[in-house]
Design a protein around this ligand. Structure first.
Ligand code: ZN
Length: 545
């Protein structure tokens, strides 16, 4: 036997290429099985999408390997990943397992007997063939590296070229990627190596978080109104996925706000804190501005809702969306889906009217000053057609499927516009309910969490990194309505406010401080530079409650 056979030789760039191929195709069988079962080839777009998938898997692995597979590190890293990934590959394929942090918890906290039950003969055979044998080959292999400078040049060039190829494929198939990803969220848990590295990191982060102390804010926050002549009811409506571009109040040519345009409201185009509900929702209620906001810290810190409740208001949260991301964790919360209102609910979801059905009676019964949050489902995609009842199907043809890749851009936009038309009705109806209570001091603020892309530059849905997100995803509407009592007792020059709101650039940063001001809460957290009402407050102090 020659020594060459005992010691296979491979150039570093070939080694990186081969190992990326091996991980992409041999160790990701479950991912490919999922794709084969779930991709519907319906048109040219979906064929192109299917053709791009190998690049989608290969390129990220290839780049990561180009960074980490260096002299001394290449062998230990690739052998460890091979052994773990071959085991993960077996479990995913044989048991249909998806790897997430819950799964990792099971692995770390499982008993020896359970582990023993899972490690069958076929497990050992599979790991031996797909993990151990390749590891042995790599162990004895001689990887030939060029000089540092040449290695760097080759790796950077290879990475840049592969990013361009992948970028090209994704740009062409963005609609398919967005839609497929939205409708098959679980698939990321099948991406071998990414799934368990991410899940193990998340497992340890959750463990660390469990020990975190909850941060309480200003314990002395107080609602300061001189007398109790009028009880107040303030409604905060949180919009979902509504963008200013589709509001006729902001100049959209299709009439999507026929009712609100007749109400005496303040309308403003503001910028959102994030491009997803998970970031924007807690950020809207946080006392911190976007630049200091962190969604993990927010989970362990009191927010606007807590301060309002502490200051003496009764607070309820009515949820018709996917929950309040812990914002409402310490106040009374109702979920519309659980009430299963037969008029507006359809099993897993309800139309937003479920939020205001019975609202009038609830307001009649209030005993204290009250703040009500209505968390709407708004324009949540890609199933826009499920967001509104038939009588709001005004813009046609519509896209009546979750697979938006099968619809024309025009149909997608029409369907989305119908959701805005329905939102117009929801907000306007809530204002009409509040108007009936002339004995109360009532007001309403509507603000959307983030926007939505509807095919502009071939981008769909939302959630792009903020830095590169288009304005369709970050420009959201804010609407304020005040009763005569609220204007009077808050000394607000309403016309001044309407004018200011039409040109000033507000953001989610303004919400916390403006609501604190409107609700007349005395707290050290209040920062007047974020209070949008400050400029239009009538200085005259003669008006007394
Ligand atoms: Zn959202």
């Amino acid at each position: 036997m020659s020594s060459k056979l005992l010691k296979p030789v491979m150039k570093s760039y070939w080694f990186i290429f081969m190992i990326s191929l091996y991980f992409s195709f041999v160790l990701n069988i479950s991912f490919w099985r999922f794709m084969a079962d779930n991709i519907e080839i319906t048109n040219f777009g979906t064929i192109w999408f299917a053709l791009s998938l190998p690049f989608f898997i290969f390129v990220p692995l290839y780049i990561v390997f180009n960074i980490f597979l260096t002299p001394y590190l290449a062998k230990p890293i690739s052998i460890s990943l091979l052994l773990i990934s071959s085991a993960a590959n077996y479990f995913m394929y044989a048991y249909g397992v998806y790897i997430d942090s819950d799964m990792i918890t099971n692995v770390f906290e499982t008993t020896a007997r359970e582990t023993f039950d899972l490690t069958t003969l076929s497990f050992f055979v599979s790991v031996f063939i797909t993990g151990v044998i390749p590891s042995i080959i790599i162990f004895f292999m001689k990887i030939e590296y060029k000089t540092l400078k040449t290695e760097l040049k080759i790796r950077i060039l290879a990475s840049v070229v592969s990013i361009f190829i992948l970028g090209f494929f994704i740009a062409v198939s963005y609609k398919e990627y967005a839609s497929f990803g939205r409708n098959n969220r679980e698939v990321r848990k099948l991406l071998n190596t990414v799934n368990y590295i991410y899940s193990v990191a998340k497992y340890f982060r959750l463990k660390a978080d469990a020990k975190r102390e909850f941060v309480r804010l200003d314990e002395n926050a107080k609602h300061v109104s001189d007398t109790d002549l009028h009880k107040s009811v303030f409604v905060i409506v949180i919009g979902e996925t509504a963008r200013t571009k589709s509001f006729s109040l902001g100049g959209y040519t299709k009439e999507t706000n026929p009712l609100l345009s007749k109400q005496d409201i303040i309308y403003s185009k503001i910028s959102s804190c994030g491009t997803s509900t998970a970031v924007s929702l807690p950020c809207i209620f946080s006392s911190l501005p976007q630049k200091d906001f962190d969604k993990n810290n927010a989970k362990y810190t009191e927010n606007l809702i807590d301060i309002v409740a502490k200051s003496g208001y009764d607070v309820w949260w009515e949820d018709n969306d996917d929950g309040c991301k812990d914002v409402c964790a310490r106040v009374k919360t109702e979920y519309t889906v659980k009430t299963n209102n037969p008029k507006y609910c359809f099993g897993s979801y309800c139309h937003d009217e479920a939020l205001i059905d019975g609202l009038e009676d609830k307001i009649k019964d209030i005993k204290n000053d009250t703040v009500i949050v209505l968390h709407t489902m708004g324009s949540h995609g890609p199933t826009y057609y499920n967001r509104y009842p038939d009588k709001f199907k005004r813009f046609t043809p519509t896209c009546d499927t979750a697979n938006i890749q099968n619809c024309s851009k025009e149909a997608i936009v029409n369907t989305y516009d119908n959701t805005i038309l329905y939102t117009d009705y929801i907000i306007s109806s809530t204002i009409d309910i509040l108007k009936k209570f002339t004995n109360l001091e009532t007001g309403l603020m509507y603000v959307s969490d983030h926007g939505e892309s509807l095919g502009e530059d071939n981008v769909y849905l939302h959630g792009l990194p903020y830095m590169i997100a288009p304005k369709e995803q970050t420009e959201v509407p804010m609407i304020i309505w005040m009763s005569e009592n609220m204007k009077k007792y808050n000394r607000i020059d309403y016309e001044c406010m309407k004018k200011e709101a039409s040109y000033k650039s507000y953001s989610h940063d303004n919400i916390f401080h403006s609501i604190i001001s409107l609700l007349e809460i005395d707290t050290t957290l209040y920062d007047e530079k974020y209070d949008i009402f400050k400029e239009c407050q009538i200085k005259n102090n003669n008006i007394k409650k």
